[in-house]
Design a protein around this ligand. Structure first.
Ligand code: ATP
Length: 513
């Protein structure tokens, strides 16, 4: 496969062709940045959610899970800061009538400057060959230093203007940098305006009694408003966590990159309530634990990196992203935020209710600090799916498309294939399906030559194919084929369950953390 764009196109078309992801309401030409999960996608998504839930809730005796409503009292969003501060700075191009996020236009411009640095490095590495010292080059080459200074000063100015809400300066920056609309090529821009990302809706039947509501833009607030309910009824002692998975909604402006940025998406969040003053320690611990969870899936260590935030959100005293190498580059997959007592403190103020914890060791009450881990389920899906999709050259000069999804997450764990549609082979195959289906999803396929059937299962990521043939009639053995190595073994039917469980059992995977 060639460049990044081609790889990404292949990911999107494979997801559609094999029943993983469809555009929402496609028969009406779709709805932008909204997607539906098909028969295989729903299974993969469910398995990722479960893998997260088991690691968080099942394996930690001080973390419990809840399921809060999507609708919340509107004051929640005043207290959380979303009414006032959940904005994107927008700018329109007057000629193309296209709308952009002003900060993204500037960041894309900076990315181009950084691209020039990469080009200088590539050129020099070619020129100097084995003696090339990249670190040294980056530190001393005048052209590189010049680009670096330029990029840094642009980002610094952007950060400062956004922080001060100086939108006129963001526009001035766009004009000074000579940024043109990618569609029209024109530099004819409107002023920069703030745009709130929350979707509004109404509760109630009549216009005057209706209450303005928002669709939640994050699941976290459902946890904060239930802090006391859970702490009291669960008799939880600090430190403890509350976890939740569920839908969130954001009216995203730059809605591209498939399921990376959606308007309706799912989050998996955990809020860990801790003693004030211990946040640094828990921040480091959770960064490490979450990276461990990702690495346990074996997608490759080189695909992850931390990005520490310099510019912090209004609620945080430290924040980092776990970035993943998507087909379009390293981008945020999960956020780890040290949120101080901002949320509980603010809900105390707005609700007039005490949201405190009595610490028996300290013999006093306090508003706990919070350490949050927040990951997008759809982004995690894209991370798994895009890195699993591979095109392999085989020995006989053919290629195969295979989805090397970690076996624990695979939508279907095994497919049972009778070699022929007669001689009693389908009956035996059905019996094997009936036996295995109590433990995991199993498929039955009798159509086409067995090689074609293997390819079909490879393309949806099924880790095992079990073939029933004439020898099965004689001695009760079958062949089991492994998706990744394509190796085939002859085994007794009764050994199947153990062989499959060994690879798909969640214990084998989560024990690696
Ligand atoms: P970004 O900077 O990419 O907009 P964010 O910093 O606003 O993301 P958070 O508010 O920290 O994201 O949300 C936590 C997680 O939720 C993100 O790490 C991401 O995985 C996921 N997420 C956020 N927005 C979206 C979206 N529009 N579509 C899909 N997933 C999302």
């Amino acid at each position: 496969m060639a460049n990044q764009e081609d790889i990404f196109k292949k990911v999107i078309s494979h997801a559609k062709e094999y029943g993983f992801i469809f555009q929402s309401s496609e028969i009406y030409d779709g709805l932008s940045a909204v997607y539906d999960y098909g028969q295989n996608g729903a299974e993969l998504k469910k398995n990722i959610r479960e893998y997260w839930w088991q690691a968080m809730v099942q394996l930690n005796d001080n973390i419990v899970g809840i399921d809060a409503a999507i609708f919340m009292h509107p004051t929640t969003w005043k207290a959380s800061g979303h009414v006032d501060a959940f904005n994107d700075p927008l700018i329109d191009n007057k000629d193309s009538k296209k709308r952009y996020r002003a900060d993204v236009l500037v960041e894309d411009h900076v990315a181009k400057i950084e691209g020039k640095i990469d080009k200088e490095v590539a050129k020099a590495s070619k020129r100097f060959g084995d003696t090339f010292d990249k670190e040294q080059f980056l530190k001393t080459n005048p052209r590189v230093l010049d680009y670096r200074t330029k990029a840094n000063s642009i980002l610094k100015r952007l950060g400062k203007s956004l922080e001060n809400e100086d939108l006129a300066d963001v526009k001035a920056l766009i004009e000074e940098l000579g940024i043109a609309c990618p569609i029209s090529g024109s530099k004819n821009w409107t002023d920069v305006k703030q745009f709130n990302l929350m979707f509004g809706t109404k509760l109630g039947a009549t216009a005057d009694s209706a209450m303005d509501l928002y669709l939640r833009p994050e699941t976290a607030q459902g946890i904060f408003v239930n802090f006391l309910n859970v702490q009291k009824t669960g008799r939880m002692k600090i430190p403890f966590g509350i976890a939740q998975t569920g839908k969130a909604f954001r009216n995203e402006i730059v809605a591209r990159q498939f399921i990376f940025r959606m308007r309706e998406f799912e989050q998996m969040e955990m809020q860990y309530f801790i003693k004030p003053g211990t946040q640094k320690e828990w921040y480091d611990t959770w960064k490490e634990k979450r990276l461990g969870w990702h690495l346990s899936l074996g997608l490759g260590e080189e695909k992850y990196r931390f990005h520490n935030h310099e510019k912090l959100a209004h609620y945080a005293d430290a924040a980092a992203d776990i970035e993943f190498k998507f087909p379009f580059g390293f981008k945020e997959l999960e956020g780890i935020h040290s949120r101080t007592d901002f949320d509980l403190g603010s809900h105390e103020k707005f609700s007039g209710k005490k949201l405190q914890y009595f610490d028996p060791e300290e013999n006093k009450s306090y508003v706990p600090y919070v350490l949050e881990t927040s990951i997008g389920l759809d982004r995690m899906f894209l991370a798994v799916f895009s890195s699993a999709l591979q095109e392999e050259e085989l020995d006989n000069n053919t290629t195969r498309t295979v989805l090397k999804i970690p076996a624990v997450l695979a939508p279907t764990k095994a497919a049972v294939l009778p070699l022929l549609k007669r001689d009693g082979l389908p009956e035996i195959a059905h019996n094997i399906v009936d036996e295995l289906k109590w433990d995991y999803n199993v498929a039955y396929d009798e159509k086409d030559a067995v090689g074609r059937r293997y390819r079909r299962q490879d393309a949806v990521g099924t880790p095992f194919c079990i073939t029933v043939d004439h020898q099965t009639l004689e001695d009760g053995t079958v062949t089991i084929r492994h998706r990744d190595t394509m190796e085939q073994q002859r085994v007794a039917q009764k050994a199947l369950k153990d062989i499959i469980s060994k690879e798909v059992d969640v214990r084998q995977w989560l024990q690696r953390i």
